[in-house]
Every structure is written in structure tokens, then in C-alpha cells.
Ligand binder design. Structure first.
Ligand code: GAR
Length: 197
């Protein structure tokens, strides 16, 4: 049997998506979460990875942008795909060049709405509520050199009620992320049909 596809998850914060992806692929002979890389020293994602028995490795901003350390590390672990799960740095050029169409991001809105620098996490949900949107959702896309702009692979929608707070919207988004992000990753890396597309 051929070797499992190796994933590296990049994250900056809490890490619920990193955990969900890791749990989804646990024991899967075809896809393996090889490592979680994080760029904020106190990111809770590191604890989640350790609890799951997954290697967690910290690199600072300097390592990402001024050196080839992250790339060398990914190569040393024979990584096939890079998954951004709440990763807030712009992906450096050396990684984009090394993983063409193999870096996948999730964004908590229906891109191109509510994307771009500074539009992440709770800021997105606050803007959605402030603008009285009737729906929002998630976008899973290929990463390029801009924030939130690469080819869209998948979107899922949810209703925003007039009474919803940003926390309410965040809860709906997290449900969509949990339901779809691991399955979409699986479909993409195994070249299978993307759910619902
Ligand atoms: C997720 O909602 C993800 O979609 C979002 O950050 C959150 C991370 O949560 N990503 C972005 O906003 C990227 N622009 P998590 O750390 O609990 O997975």
C-alpha cells in the first residue's frame, strides 16, 4: 500500500479546527496529521496537539519570513499538504512555491465578503452582525500570496437572525467548520469529489 498523505496544520490560536481535523483522520491509513505548527507561543493549539499525541512545533515570525527553517522542517517531515486552521500570518513565498495548490485555508465567511487583512475570527462575525447580513458561512480555498483570495474549493452557508450576536454567529460557523473542513480536506488530498459540489 502506498504511503499516507502527510498533512501539516498551521494555526495561531485556540485550535478547535486543528483538533477536529486531527480526530477525523486518527487511524486513517490514507491521510495522516503529521505535525501542528504554531506561531504564537501561548497558542492553545499546542496543548490540543500534545493531548492528541501529535507533534507540535513553534516557529516565530522571523523564522517564517526571514529564513527557510519552516520549509526545511516541512520537507524533513515529508509533508504533502499544508492546512491553515486559524493561521493568521500571510503565507511566505517560499512555502507557496514549494506547495503549489497544496496549501488550503478555511475562512469564516462567504468570500469575497469579509476577507482580507485584519478580517479574521471574531472580527468577521462582528462585521457580519453590524452589517445586518441575512446569511454568512465558511469558505475553504487554495492559498495564494494574498489574504483570502485563492481559488474557492467549497462554501457552506448559514442563516443570520436579526437577534444573533457575534457569538451566536461564531457558534454557527464553528458547526459548519466541524462538519465540512475535515471532509473537504480528505476529498482534495485524495482527489475525490468535494462534498455537495
Ligand atoms: C476559525 O473560525 C477559522 O475559520 C478562522 O479562525 C478561527 C480559528 O478557530 N480563520 C480565519 O479567520 C482566517 N482568516 P480555531 O483556532 O478554534 O480553529
Amino acid at each position: 500500500m502506498s504511503k499516507a498523505i502527510q498533512l501539516a496544520i498551521l494555526a495561531s490560536g485556540n485550535g478547535t479546527n486543528a483538533q477536529q481535523i486531527s480526530e477525523y483522520f486518527a487511524g486513517n491509513p490514507e491521510v495522516n496529521v503529521n505535525v501542528v505548527i504554531y506561531n504564537k507561543k501561548d497558542a492553545y493549539v499546542a496543548t490540543r496537539a500534545e493531548n492528541l499525541g501529535i507533534e507540535a512545533r513553534y516557529f516565530n515570525r522571523h523564522s517564517f519570513y526571514e529564513t527557510d527553517e519552516v520549509l526545511s522542517y516541512l520537507k524533513s517531515r515529508e509533508i504533502d499538504y499544508v492546512i491553515l486552521a486559524g493561521f493568521l500570518l500571510l503565507v511566505p513565498e517560499n512555502l507557496l512555491a514549494a506547495f503549489p495548490n497544496r496549501i488550503i485555508n478555511i475562512h469564516p465567511a462567504l468570500l469575497p465578503k469579509y476577507g482580507g487583512k485584519g478580517m479574521y475570527g471574531h472580527y468577521v462575525h462582528e462585521a457580519v452582525v453590524a452589517n445586518h447580513e441575512k446569511e454568512t458561512g465558511i469558505t475553504i480555498h487554495i492559498v495564494d500570496h494574498r489574504y483570502d483570495c485563492g481559488t474557492t474549493l467549497f462554501q457552506a452557508r448559514c442563516e443570520v437572525l436579526p437577534t444573533d450576536t457575534a457569538d451566536d454567529v461564531a457558534a454557527k460557523i464553528h458547526l459548519l467548520e466541524k462538519e465540512y473542513f475535515p471532509r473537504v480536506i480528505e476529498a482534495v488530498v485524495l482527489s475525490k469529489p468535494i462534498p455537495g459540489q
